[in-house]
Design a binder for this molecule. Structure first.
Ligand SMILES: Cc1ncc(CO)c(N)n1
Length: 224
């Protein structure tokens, strides 16, 4: 069994909770409160900055030129295409570029980004991939599922979001990461596979928490 098949199976109970979360469902049926989406977009913008850094680290840790080029491409696509979606939404939502960039990270954003970057910095390419894989893979799955709802891709607010994440180009990114990790772990020990599984499940849990944080618009529970 390929590692990716095992990871997919193990993560299902978590991923299913993300799929059925009211934030995700609300994007699909168009009922999500726009204030919650605003919160999500600003926090996601911060998240993507660190997510992009993981691709820079992937390029650094790559074992050959082709892998290095693909990580560099994902770095570029994140900074200049995915984040352009956020910049365009911010503009429509009345959030200035300065405001967007000055967003303060919520505790869940900080925890998720810090965990991912820590794994990527101290681990090998395998650990880095295990940490980053639930991101593109689960968003692609969510995009595809939501796009099946009639009108979801045409919705005045959430249509563009669904359209981007269900796109085959976005799916290719997930597939490339999956294939590379499967290839790199062909002869890994059970002990190593278990470690990678734990990382994958941890970022899968953080993905769920990110939806929930956005739904609750959860900042620090303290007031300065
Ligand atoms: C939190 C999060 N996970 C994954 C993606 C997909 O890139 C995203 N934009 N945000």
């Amino acid at each position: 069994m390929k590692l990716s098949e095992r990871l997919y199976e193990k993560a299902q109970p978590i991923w299913e909770q993300s799929h059925s979360h009211p934030f995700v469902q609300g994007i699909g049926n168009g009922t999500l409160d726009i204030e919650k989406f605003k919160f999500f977009m600003c926090q996601d913008y911060l998240y993507l900055i660190d997510y992009a850094r993981l691709f820079a680290l992937g390029s650094l840790k790559a074992h050959n030129l082709e892998t290095m080029q693909t990580f560099a491409k994902m770095l570029h696509v994140t900074l200049d295409e995915e984040m352009s979606l956020h910049r365009a939404y911010a503009k429509r939502l009345g959030i200035s570029k300065e405001e967007l960039e000055a967003t303060k990270p919520a505790p869940t954003t900080l925890a998720y980004s810090s965990y991912m970057l820590n794994i990527a910095q101290r681990g090998s390419l395998k650990e880095l991939l295990a940490a980053v894989m639930p991101c593109a893979w689960s968003y692609y799955e969510i995009g595809k599922k939501l796009s099946e709802t009639p009108g979801a891709m045409e919705h005045v607010w959430y249509g563009e979001w669904v359209t981007m994440y269900q796109s085959p180009e976005f799916g290719e990114v997930a597939e490339w990461q999956i294939d590379l990790l499967d290839q790199l772990t062909e002869s890994s020990s059970e002990e190593e596979l278990l470690e990678l599984e734990e990382i994958f499940l941890t970022t899968s849990r953080f993905e769920y928490m990110f939806w929930d944080m956005s739904y609750q618009q959860a900042m620090w529970p303290l007031h300065d």
